[in-house]
Design a protein around this ligand. Sequence first.
Ligand SMILES: Cc1ncc(COP(=O)(O)O)c(C=O)c1O
Length: 388
Amino acid sequence: MADYKFETKVIHAGVEPDPQTGAVMTPIYQTSTYAQESPGKHKGYEYSRGDNPTRNVLQTQLAALENGDHALVYSSGLASIDNVLNLLKSGDHVVAGDDLYGGTRRLFTRVAQNRGLTFSFTCLTDAEELERHMKPNTKLVWIESPTNPLLKVMDIRRAAEIAHKHGALLGVDNTFMSPYFQRPLELGADIVMHSMTKYMNGHSDVLMGCLVVKDQTPSWLGESLFAKLKFLQNSIGATPGPFDCFLVLRGLKTLAIRMDRHNANAMKVATFLESHPKVESVSYPGLPSHPNQALHASQSSGGGGMVTFVLKGGLPVAKKLLESLKLFAVAESLGGVESLIEHPAIMTHASVPVEVREELGISDGLIRISVGIEAADDLIADLDQALR
Ligand SMILES: Cc1ncc(COP(=O)(O)O)c(C=O)c1O
């Protein structure tokens, strides 16, 4: 599949007609276990926590889309990050971007820290800042680019160079971009993660996560990264069911055309908001006003569908705006075909301590939009009436 374009891979990579029936679409192997001819003599499947044919097709497809060698899927995005953290041992150190999805930061500080891992959070828009935080026991650098919710951009190539110089792995949460716009493994990252709950599934009806890796054996791990992650996937057991894997396979078929539309609509919405007198500032990596637009363009091929902006007037005005919209649902999450709007300080990032939110700029006037694939004019008209 390596020679085919992305639009072809989302339809065909890993997907073969079912050998038994010729079914063109991947069957849902809704089974927890598999009959063995004699003890230990089986057809490659023993128990669905370890392997399931529907899940395997999805994993093959994901590896192709991110240009990796292997992919593994999990019952949520956070479960996939937790599997990465389980590569590490008590006493190991992680450097992470300061502006991360609130649930990721909560997993780091309130779960993994109790298991003896230590974390440094820092603004990595200047990659050299990363160098200053690397320690002899740093095993992992974890970033998002663009970040959630502020849409700050990190230099993925430079972060990989610095991480590798210190013997650490670089993990990139690529949820906001999808592999259609950005493929971190091609930029030097070691692990790509997605909350597939978002753009990859695209229809707001499944929770799922994935990790994609290239073949490699980090010296401190002492075995292949993929083999260790596969062991952890089965041992921890946060695997998705076959029906959800089928739904994500179906969603992926339209990833390319959905992302093009999300991107075009987000650019129009961001441009509209930027010109509005009630809006203080807009952050969208596709806008010329974004401080790292050039860096973003050097590592991605689109701005994506997420737009954040700061409203003048703070919390009361922000609440009024969210209550006045007709098309946008006020809801957490993102990346579905429908437009969503949310207030990070009260909703997705409520678990981030207030002093950290203040330091980062997650203010009471900050609003995050997941721009859907509806008609852009209708979305802008709705925002316009609500702003009035
Ligand atoms: C950037 C990012 N990473 C990770 C997650 C967590 O994924 P999940 O909700 O599928 O566990 C989210 C969820 O919003 C997210 O936005």
